[in-house]
Design a protein around this ligand. Structure first.
Ligand code: FE
Length: 152
């Protein structure tokens, strides 16, 4: 097994290639995810701004769902928002993520969830750059970064 494959072998349901919906009981998620990721992914917790590993990261590659391995964002669409969380102006594919209305904390926001496992990723706002004008404001902990192969 390659070092990369080993690095990403997190749990039996984690897959970079299986795009079928993944529905697991909360008790299973609690068992297979690290506690801090579980709180964000399954209970919509938010990491503190400027504390995650990707908010100002500029590597070239792909961001996957840390909970299930689903491909979410390309680094091409990442931009420096200054908000303290990794920000993107578009997802890899339309169905990479799904959206739901979030009215918690007295705000009306659109929550962004993983299109495969429904993990909470963050929120989307309308103050992003061209061409979409969107800002996907994501938790670093919800993302796994895979650098682009050097030999390309
Ligand atoms: Fe996921």
């Amino acid at each position: 097994m390659s070092e990369q494959a080993e690095q990403h072998e997190k749990h039996a349901y984690y897959s970079r290639t299986d795009t079928n919906k993944l529905e697991l009981a909360d008790s299973v998620w609690k068992k297979i995810l690290p506690e801090d990721l579980y709180e964000v992914a399954r209970h919509a917790a938010t990491e503190r701004a400027f504390t995650g590993k990707y908010w100002d990261y500029e590597g070239n590659g792909t961001y996957y769902c840390a909970a299930c391995g689903h491909a979410l964002f390309k680094s091409d669409s990442k931009f420096a928002s200054g908000c303290g969380w990794p920000s993107f102006y578009e997802s890899i594919r339309e169905n990479s993520v799904r959206y739901t209305s979030d009215t918690s904390y007295g705000m009306i926001r659109t929550e962004v969830l993983c299109g495969r496992c429904n993990a909470h990723l963050g929120h989307i706002f309308d103050d992003g750059p061209a061409p979409t004008g969107k800002r996907f404001c994501m938790n670093s902990i919800s993302l796994d970064f895979e650098p682009e192969k050097q030999s390309r």
